[in-house]
Design a protein around this ligand. Sequence first.
Ligand SMILES: *Cc1c(COP(=O)(O)O)cnc(C)c1O
Length: 365
Amino acid sequence: MEIKETTEQSTIPTDDSKYSMQTHMIYGKNVSRKWDYSHHVVAPISSSVIFRLDSVERGAEGFREFANSKMLGEESIPIYIYDRLGEPNKDMLEENLAYIERGEMAVTFATGMGAISGILGVLTKSGDEIITHKTLYGCTFSLLNNWYPRYNIKFTPLDLTETASLKDIITDRTKVIYFESPSNPNLDIIDIEEIRRICEEVNSKRIAGNFIHIVVDNTFATPYCQRPIELGADFTIHSLTKGIGGFGTDMGGVVIGPSKYQDLILLYRKDFGAVLSTKAAWTVSTYGLPTLHLRISQQIKNAIVAAEFLNTHPKIAFVNYPGLPEYKFHELAKKQMRDYNNNFAPGSLIYFGLKGKDSIERKEN
Ligand SMILES: *Cc1c(COP(=O)(O)O)cnc(C)c1O
């Protein structure tokens, strides 16, 4: 039977007799037909940091094509060089993440914080300003509050659930509006379409290249419950460590957004180095994404029961849950938190306070 050679690699002749037995023991049979990425149902885990380039020309082409989407068409086979630049497990995960978040492209990172640093690093430079919602994930706050002053990047926290003052706070130097919705931990909901409307007004008076971008941390909702890009965000970021990864075994992050930013984000990731490991990419692709709808839809059912129980409990001061009709952001949540079948998907997280003298009720409400 004739075996048809389908990949470029398998056509490369190797003269095994040229190598000593010791070399064979280290590298095995260098080129094999047994690796069949296009027909494995579950993708193999790539554990190769470096990739064989076969010729100087192929190497040069690989370096020219890296982060150069104009050269590398959608359909062409990438030339992998070194894991920090790119490899198959991450690339395949990125295709799937962009698709489920309804964005044009995705770039993964080692952690959620890697993704946040990545997108903010690409969108800002010294002298710029970032406006955020007043409640932020703790490490995002620390990044902006403790580290960004060193780069002369200012950050202004604001209550973005009230957009009346936003236009007055925006300056010529404002480059990013950044928030979580629902926010971690107190589940504030921010009207993404309204923030978009305000940004459009401001951007219409700016020259292209100097626009304000909206970045939404969609970690709490997951794309199952909400797709901020459809509502007007420019970029979505996720901690893959949480809902998307789902099993608590690996860390990861992702930035999803317009294709024209992909090259810049890849270059940033290459140089700042927060690259997702192939094993983590494989775990998210193999276990996280295929179970996302089952896990989140069941978690929503459970959360509704738990939130209703807490809501009537005599020792509970308040319950913030987007699915509770009494919750002050319920109507807004109903508008923007929708699953793929357009059902209300209020998410799986609940924030509540206990009654008592140290209750956080006074601080929060
Ligand atoms: C956990 C979390 C992050 C950070 O993600 P890591 O993967 O831990 O770096 C960012 N945003 C939100 C809302 C989170 O909950």
